[in-house]
Design a protein around this ligand. Structure first.
Ligand code: 13P
Length: 255
C-alpha cells in the first residue's frame, strides 16, 4: 500500500529567530531547486520549531510545500492554562501538524497516555494532523517488554477518530533518542510491524495499511537509507539531524 514518506524535523528547544529563518528558508530553497530541475519530491517534509517560531517558519516555507508543526498542544481549546498553547492557535499560526506524547514530554512533564490522547483529540478537533509518539525505555527493552509497552502506549494515546489521513504514529525508542545509538533496521521493523498489527485490530486493515509509522532516534543521513527501506517504516522523526539543512536534506535524499 502506497504511503508517502514523511520526513519530520523536531527542533526541540533549539534555535533563535535567525536560525529558524536560515534553516526553514534553506530547506524551502532546496525544494524550489528540486522543482526547477523538473523533480517532484516523493516525500512530505515537516519542520516542528519551538512555539514562538511557528509563524516565522510558516512564512519562510510558504509556497514550498514544506509543512510546519508544533511540538505539543493543550487538550483544551482555550482558558486559564498559563504557559500552554491551544491547537487552534497553532493552526492559526500557520501550522498543520502537532506532535504529542514525545518521550521528553512524558518524562519532563509526566504526561500520561490519557492526557496525550486528549491532546491528540484537541489537535484533530482544531483541524491539525497529529503525530503520536510512543517508545520503550532501555530498561523495558532489556526486560523483554518492548512490544507490550508500545502496544499499551498506542492503545492509550491513539485519538478517537484517528484515520490514516489525520494521524501519524512515531516509534521512538527512548534509548535511541539523542544518544547516537540508533535502533537496527531489524529492531525498528519488528516494532513497526507490531504497531501496524495493533492498528489493524483497532482501525481495520484498510486504515492500518495506509497509516504512516515514523521511526525516531539518532536518524542521520548515513543510516536513514536502511531504516527507510524497511517495509513498515514510513519516514523519520528527526531531532539533532534536523537542525542543519545539510543533514536534514541528506535524510530526505535517502527516500
Ligand atoms: P534525535 O534524532 O536527536 O535522536 O531525536 C529524536 C527525537 O526525539 C525526535 O523527536
Amino acid at each position: 500500500m502506497a504511503r508517502k514518506t514523511l520526513i519530520a524535523g523536531n527542533w526541540k528547544m533549539n534555535g533563535l529567530k535567525k536560525d529558524a529563518k536560515a534553516l526553514a528558508g534553506g530547506l524551502a530553497r532546496k525544494m524550489a531547486a528540486l522543482r526547477k530541475k523538473g523533480g517532484r519530491a516523493n516525500f512530505e517534509m515537516l519542520i516542528c520549531p519551538p512555539f514562538p517560531l511557528l509563524g516565522l517558519a510558516a512564512e519562510a516555507v510558504k509556497g514550498s510545500g514544506i509543512r510546519v508543526g508544533a511540538q505539543d498542544c493543550h487538550a483544551e481549546a482555550s482558558g486559564a492554562h498559563t504557559g500552554d498553547t491551544s491547537a487552534q492557535l497553532i493552526k492559526n499560526a500557520g501550522a498543520s501538524y502537532a506532535i504529542v506524547g514525545h518521550s521528553e514530554r512524558r518524562t519532563d512533564h509526566a504526561e500520561t497516555d490519557r492526557e496525550i490522547k486528549a491532546k491528540a483529540e484537541a489537535a484533530l478537533a482544531a483541524g491539525l494532523k497529529v503525530i503520536v509518539c510512543i517508545g520503550e525505555t532501555l530498561k523495558e527493552r532489556k526486560a523483554g517488554q518492548t512490544l507490550n509497552v508500545n502496544r499499551k502506549q498506542l492503545r492509550g494515546s491513539l485519538p478517537a477518530g484517528a484515520t490514516a489521513a489525520n494521524t501519524v504514529i512515531a516509534y521512538e525508542p527512548v534509548w535511541a533518542i539523542g544518544t547516537g545509538q540508533v535502533a537496527t533496521p531489524e529492531q525498528a521493523q519488528e516494532v513497526h510491524a507490531a504497531i501496524r498489527k495493533a492498528l489493524k485490530s483497532k482501525l481495520g486493515p484498510a486504515e492500518a495499511g495506509k497509516m504512516r509509522i515514523l521511526y525516531g532516534g539518532s536518524m542521520k543521513p548515513g543510516n536513514a537509507d536502511e531504516l527507510l527501506s524497511q517495509p513498515d517504516i514510513d519516514g523519520g522523526l528527526i531531532g539533532g539531524a534536523s537542525l542543519t539543512v545539510k543533514d536534514f536534506w541528506g535524510i530526505a535524499e535517502a527516500v
